[in-house]
Design a protein. Structure first.
Ligand SMILES: Nc1ncnc2c1ncn2[C@@H]1O[C@H](COP(=O)(O)OP(=O)(O)OP(=O)(O)O)[C@@H](O)[C@H]1O
Length: 650
């Protein structure tokens, strides 16, 4: 089979099935996966053992007892099938013997009893193998899910800025894990079928050797039909991954609590539904087209298979007519052919499903490979426990999906125990700088150093354990108020009381019926929903509380920590931040657009277009005639002047 490569372009579909959604560019990985989907039979056959091997490893790790039981009972079932066929031949031989009828029946009775016993044994083995198999599958799925979640949680944050990673993760999450279970089930079904075929073919070959190859030939067209239709379906899923993700996101927007209010405020219902309709219709069209093409292929395979089977029976009739085989053997051959056909049919079905599941499972394997490549470097030294000085030397950083660098040649020094404010206009790079200081990203050029130790060379987890962050878009954890404060730190009542008082979160929680044990998620019974400002106080408490080895951490980073707070709470927060820095000796990095609060900082850094435009104390920056002074005057005048001065044009 030919492998076609269509050059990627916006909205173009590599598989020829037409994604036809212009805003969704085909992902880069799809070209590789397209090659997989368009592989020749030879290549598929070569891939099979590896896939089955991987499934076997996964199965063995998930439930070794079930694997052994399945294999043993399947072999038992095959042996019972052979035994039943031999008994059938014996029964027919007795029944067609040239003696009076009552005598024939009597002499056939022992063989009949053996036949019944063999059938019972086969049924019993099949049932026990099925039980073991049914127990194995959920274990395999669980193991795959655990693996996936572990991988997703371990990769570097940078991976989540990459659409390629999201596509792999999505396909692995939506189909890969379940397909791991199906792959294992179908592999055992394949084994069952093959054992049945070997048993039937063995008996058949003793009846007449020509029957076996004829029988196998009968199955080839059928198998081709099923395998080709499986491959069609896989290619469709592959081509529509981006569309499925889009559909999933729209479903989320229409059904999630977080977006429910805004969907209504902006009367987005119609627009979202129309968008969903457009994507879903495209998917439906592809599905319908696929169903027709699959039916045609399957029908062609089944028709050809039927013709060849008829040929097998014709050959048997000729052998009987010429007296090559006696009537009893011909009768037994018909039974054996039917048994072998059944087993072969099951095996072929399982084989095509193994192939199809194998393709999906390869997504799971590819994701594992991708996640491994994105893991932080192993064996790094733990981060220093603290610092006297944090230095940024010639730091340049751009997001993987960004257009250009978000920070360029940044040089800064932050001293222990001081409060540093980052100011600048929207998009100037403040949050990005905070993320580099938080150890969430590492710069492409330059370095971030704690007392001369380059953070790129230290273990990220141990580093982040020493840093406390209030993110601009902090998470509303569906945990209790206590859980939202303590997070992953150890419980320490004294520090808890101090942190919650400093953040004024204690007064928020005092209003909840269950106090600190109140669940902060309205989607669950007795859950409550704090207001935006109340959430920010809890986030502040979380950052004050964060501790490493029982002490508060040496670096606290707060990105727009008071945007939703009222004036009193905001003032209280900034006062607490300064006393926290004084008491613990921690360095505090503050990002805020409220310049009145910035004034209290020991050091102010002004960012403009990803570069440090100026730095110094409030007085020093006001003495200059730069961006800081302009922004300050704009804000200050809003409080005192009857008219607002016009901002200078840049
Ligand atoms: N995850 C991301 N992927 C790609 N680009 C990003 C990402 N986050 C930020 N950027 C880009 O980096 C630049 C700096 O953004 P950043 O969030 O650091 O600005 P900021 O100064 O904090 O802005 P604001 O005051 O609006 O919060 C912007 O051009 C933004 O588009």
């Amino acid at each position: 089979m030919r492998t076609t490569h269509v050059p990627p372009g916006r909205g173009q579909d590599h598989s020829g099935q037409g994604l036809d959604l212009p805003e969704l560019a085909p992902p880069r990985w799809s070209r590789h996966s397209g090659t997989v989907a368009g592989a020749s039979w030879l290549r598929i056959a070569r891939r099979m053992p590896a896939l089955v091997g991987q499934a076997a490893v996964l199965a063995w790790r998930s439930g070794p007892r079930e694997v052994v039981t399945t294999v043993l009972f399947n072999l038992g079932s095959g042996a019972a099938t052979a035994w039943a066929l031999v008994a059938t031949t014996a029964v027919l031989a007795e029944l067609f013997a040239e003696v009076p009828t009552p005598e024939r029946v009597t002499t056939a009775l022992p063989a009949l009893a053996l036949l019944a016993l063999a059938l019972v044994a086969r049924g019993g083995c099949g049932a026990l193998a099925g039980r073991a198999q049914a127990r194995l599958e959920p274990k395999v799925v669980l193991a795959a899910e655990q693996r996936l979640l572990r991988d997703a949680a371990s990769v570097e944050l940078r991976a989540f800025d990459d659409s390629e990673f999201h596509d792999h993760l999505f396909r692995s999450r939506t189909r890969g894990c379940d397909e791991a279970g199906i792959l294992v089930r179908q592999t055992t079904d394949l084994l069952t079928g093959l054992v049945g075929i070997v048993a039937a073919a063995g008996v058949l070959s003793t009846l007449h050797p020509a029957l076996v190859p004829l029988l196998l030939l009968a199955m080839v067209p059928q198998w081709w039909g099923a395998a080709a239709s499986a491959r069609m379906r896989y290619r469709m899923v592959l081509a529509f991954t981006e569309g499925s993700r889009r559909k999933h996101m729209l479903e989320q927007l229409l059904t999630a609590r977080e977006s429910a209010a805004e969907v209504r405020s902006f009367t987005m219902e119609r627009r979202l539904l129309a968008e969903f309709d457009r994507v879903a219709r495209r998917e439906l069209d592809i599905h319908l087209g696929l169903a027709t093409r699959q039916s045609v292929v399957r029908l062609a395979g089944a028709a050809a298979g039927g013709l060849v089977t008829a040929g097998v029976f014709a050959v048997l009739a000729v052998l009987l007519a010429r007296g090559v085989v006696p009537i009893a053997v011909a009768g037994a051959a018909v039974v054996a052919v039917r048994v072998a056909q059944g087993a072969l049919g099951n095996a072929l079905h399982a084989m095509t499903r193994v192939y199809e599941s194998g393709l999906y499972f390869s997504d799971f394997v590819a994701f594992q490979r991708e996640a491994r490549a994105r893991l932080p470097r192993p064996g790094l030294a733990p981060a220093p426990s603290g610092f006297e000085r944090i230095e940024l030397r010639d730091v340049t950083f751009g997001y993987p999906s960004g257009e250009g660098p978000s920070l360029t040649d940044v040089n800064l020094t932050l001293r222990r125990g001081r409060t540093v404010a980052l100011v600048g206009e929207n998009g100037s790079g403040k949050s990005t700088l905070a993320k580099l200081l938080s150890g969430l990203y590492t710069p492409q050029r330059g370095s971030v150093l704690w007392d001369g130790t380059d953070l790129a060379g230290v273990d990220g987890v141990s580093l982040r354990e020493r840093i406390s962050v209030i993110a601009q878009d902090h998470t509303h954890w569906p945990l209790t108020a206590r859980g939202n404060t303590v997070m992953s730190s150890a419980e320490c009542p004294e520090r808890f009381a101090r942190a919650t008082a400093a953040a004024q979160a204690d007064s928020v929680v005092a209003e909840f019926r269950n106090g600190w044990e109140t669940l902060l998620d309205k989607r669950f019974a007795h859950g409550v929903e704090p207001s935006g400002g109340q959430w920010q106080r809890l986030a502040a408490a979380r950052s004050f509380y964060r501790g490493d080895d029982g002490d508060e951490v040496p670096l606290l980073i707060a990105d727009e920590p008071t945007a939703a707070m009222d004036a009193r709470a905001e003032h209280g927060f900034f006062t607490s931040v300064h006393s926290h820095a004084r008491r613990t000796g921690a360095t505090v990095v503050l990002i805020t657009h409220r310049l009145a609060s910035v004034r209290m900082a020991d050091h102010i850094v002004v960012l403009d277009g990803g570069r440090v435009a100026a730095q110094g104390s409030h007085a020093e920056l006001m003495a200059g005639n730069g961006l800081y002074r302009e922004l300050w005057e704009l804000q200050a005048s809003a409080y005192r002047a009857p008219s607002v001065p016009k901002p200078r044009t840049p």
